[in-house]
Design a binder for this molecule. Structure first.
Ligand SMILES: NC(=O)c1ccc[n+]([C@@H]2O[C@H](COP(=O)([O-])OP(=O)(O)OC[C@H]3O[C@@H](n4cnc5c(N)ncnc54)[C@H](OP(=O)(O)O)[C@@H]3O)[C@@H](O)[C@H]2O)c1
Length: 276
């Protein structure tokens, strides 16, 4: 039986990583590759080792699945262009990979007869080679039309992902979970390094001080849950020290001072939920 074919619109990090995984596993045949710049479509074809770069959407050819992998801000425009210019057929499956936007953005493709969904791989694609190596065992959150969900579950499961469904109404909040867990953890580490530096600690010493604290905090929170892993003045109920430290941090820098105050409130609330 002939393999289902996928076209890729927007040939950046996610499209080329998934394209390589589907092609090398024999799950999907890679059809046309279209991107804003012709050079991206060409380099994606090289990275994937398959696919036909094309300069215009009208030349992309037919496919069973269509991945629109532009930045989130361009998804609506790309979906309209796809519906107007590409050879979409009734029942083709059009999807995007955004964690924050819903498949509603693909309404123009649905109006043209396609079924639509979104599939969000909870993984960093910053380095496509590394994303391909680490993809198996990752999680993919899917929402959209039922028939499209079933189709996407098949193709993502075939490359080693575990799929789960998301309620489209809460997708922004769902995505905020990853922002807090991943992006803001990094921001807090940067603020911590700035505190050490401003207190006169050398950068290498600061990094060495921070490492065991970060590893223990994250390890314990993942193993036992955040409430059991919490330590520090707020967790101990030392509110006088919390107030003095908030003042010191605020005198040093305004935004970290505000962050200290809000995070201390959240820490006190979390401590109240700790197992006794
Ligand atoms: N990066 C991640 O870790 C990650 C993880 C999960 C989900 N996602 C989601 O995956 C999607 C793609 O992200 P990405 O990281 O792969 O982005 P990216 O690396 O920036 O690639 C986006 C590509 O789309 C092309 N493009 C922009 N506007 C276009 C348009 N109107 N028509 C056609 N092509 C257009 C870009 O331009 P050129 O052709 O000029 O290169 C670029 O090649 C996003 O929805 C994102 O939220 C990303």
């Amino acid at each position: 039986m002939e393999k289902p074919r996928i076209n890729l619109v927007g040939c950046g990090r996610v499209a080329r990583s998934l394209g390589r995984l589907w092609s090398s596993s024999g799950t999907l045949a890679i059809g046309g590759l279209y991107s804003r710049s012709a050079s991206s479509a060409r380099s994606a074809a090289e990275f994937i080792g398959a696919g036909r770069p094309c300069d215009r959407l009208a030349e992309i050819g037919t496919a069973d699945l269509w991945l629109i992998a532009t930045p989130d801000s361009a998804l609506a425009v790309a979906a309209s262009a796809l519906a107007a210019e590409a050879p979409l057929r009734d029942g083709d499956c059009v999807f995007h990979c955004s964690g924050a936007c819903t498949s509603e953005l693909l309404a123009p493709a649905r109006a043209a007869g396609a079924m639509t969904a979104s599939a969000h791989p909870v993984l960093s694609f910053a380095v496509p080679e590394a994303a391909c190596r680490g993809f198996s065992g990752s999680h993919v959150g899917i929402e959209g039309e039922l028939a499209a969900i079933a189709r996407l579950e098949r193709v993502f499961t075939a490359i080693g992902a575990s799929c789960f469904t998301i309620d489209a109404r809460h997708k922004m909040l769902y995505h905020a979970g990853s922002v807090f867990a991943s992006n803001f953890t990094v921001v807090l580490l940067d603020v911590a390094l700035q505190c050490y530096r401003s207190a006169g600690i050398e950068p290498e010493t600061a990094a060495a001080l921070m490492r065991p604290l970060v590893e223990a905090a994250i390890g314990n929170a993942l193993r036992a849950g955040p409430a059991a892993a919490l330590s520090g003045p707020a967790a101990r109920g030392d509110l006088e020290l919390v107030a003095r430290q908030r003042q010191a941090v605020g005198d040093w820098a305004e935004d970290p001072g505000r962050a200290y105050e809000v995070l201390s409130r959240l820490a006190i609330e979390l401590a109240a939920r700790a197992p006794r």
